[in-house]
Design a protein around this ligand. Structure first.
Ligand code: PMP
Ligand code: GLN
Length: 377
């Protein structure tokens, strides 16, 4: 068979979670919470099924949910998104990202991606016939070199993808970054895909700067988000996409023939749950406490780190422990030390970063156990 994705392998998230399971290891690799979902949300889901929301949802999503998202964007970012034609509820951010790319990217178009990049970006671009132009972030701070971006823009450049707070580094883009991006997007007539799945998980008073806050950027941006991340229900695979009407019109065309609509009871449950804004506003302090517990517990270990600014991930540098590459070290940690993490070289081809990503969306006792293991190295 002539594969359409010859270079695509099994996702590292499946590989590490399977290895963790097989070795009975503490799984801090794949990003998902280990604690249970809020019973209020669970009860809304049960009620939705009992109230017969069991048939197809509207194509773009439950209206009440879209209205609530619209209101949230206005409150948090002073940004207007019309619930009727600028919002689509999707099967997680993954589908939102894939759909936006299929809707916009033509064969031969170039899309700028900053590495390390979330693993679904490049295959989604390739499936559309596009070319992913990978620009490495500057280590150790994971900054974007905007001069490098300028150097890579040409007539074929159609889109720039950003992700803040950033998976896996936990780095957040600042105002200067957003202004640079806005200027380039306007000057070169580019579409932006801003992946904001960790929008509510930010620490130390770092403000999340949504692309929606910058008027010229908003005019040309898709924004993707994930209820899985925000409400501890990654298995519900629900998220959404925001874009101005002329872009959303193209998005809907793909969405309606990719999935038509997504899980109805989950949408009803989330629509009810989201009415209390504390549900998402308290997320930052909830996870900051866990991040601090993790970092305080390993401060005397041989690992070094810069505290994550956002997301529920922490990178740990292990250069003073071993020379092994990160894939080998991650395997050994899982098998011999019973703790699994993600080797980040898989998100940045051909590099040897000597850093592993640990997910701290875990019960406190698991975080403490993880720290004990890491301290023993
Ligand atoms: N983008 C990033 C940066 C992510 O980390 C994830 C999932 N962890 C997604 C997109 C996908 O989100 P979802 O699970 O809602 O599909
Ligand atoms: N986004 C999650 C992570 O970064 C994993 C999602 C997945 O398993 N595809 O760990």
């Amino acid at each position: 068979l002539n594969s359409k994705l010859p270079n695509t392998k099994d996702s590292i998230f499946s590989i590490m979670s399977n290895l963790a399971h097989k070795n009975n290891a503490l799984n801090l690799s794949q990003g998902f919470p280990s604690f249970p979902v809020d019973t209020i949300l669970k009860d809304y889901h049960t009620a939705a099924i009992e109230n017969n929301y069991n048939q197809y949802a509207p194509m773009a999503g439950v209206t009440f949910l879209r209205e609530s998202i619209s209101l949230k964007m206005l409150k948090l970012h002073q940004a207007n998104y019309h619930p009727g034609n600028e919002i689509c509820i999707t099967a997680g951010a993954t589908q939102a990202i894939f759909t936006a790319i299929q809707a916009i990217i033509h064969s031969g178009d170039e899309v700028i991606v900053f590495t390390p990049a979330y693993d679904s970006y490049v295959p989604a671009i390739q499936m559309a016939g596009g070319i992913a132009v990978e620009i490495p972030m500057k280590l150790p701070d994971f900054n974007i070199d905007w001069q490098k971006v300028i150097d890579h823009i040409n007539d074929k450049t159609a889109m720039i993808m950003i992700n803040s707070p950033h998976n896996p580094s936990g780095k957040m883009l600042n105002h200067d970054d957003m202004i640079q991006l806005e200027r380039l997007a306007v000057q070169h007539n580019l579409i932006v895909l801003s992946d904001e799945v960790y929008e509510h998980i930010t620490f130390d008073n770092n403000a999340h700067l949504s692309a929606a806050r910058y008027p010229e950027l908003k005019k040309r941006s898709f924004i993707t988000a994930s209820f899985g991340k925000t409400f501890h229900v990654t298995g519900w695979k629900t998220g959404y996409c925001l874009a101005p009407a002329y872009l959303m019109k193209e998005f809907y065309k793909v969405h309606q023939y990719l999935v038509f609509s997504i899980n109805h009871p989950a949408q009803i449950a989330i629509a009810n749950y989201i009415q209390e804004e504390s549900r998402y506003l308290e997320l930052a302090s909830f996870y900051q406490r866990k991040r601090d517990l993790f970092l305080n517990s390993i401060k005397d270990s041989k690992f070094s780190f810069d505290a994550s600014q956002g997301t529920y991930f922490q990178l740990l540098d292990y250069a003073s422990i071993t020379d092994e590459n990160d894939v080998t070290f991650a395997r050994r940690l899982t098998i011999d030390y019973k703790i699994a993490a993600i080797p980040i070289s898989v998100f940045m081809n051909g590099t040897d970063p000597k850093m592993l990503r640990f997910c701290f969306a875990k019960e406190d006792h698991e975080i403490i156990k993880a720290a004990q293991i890491l301290n023993s190295l």
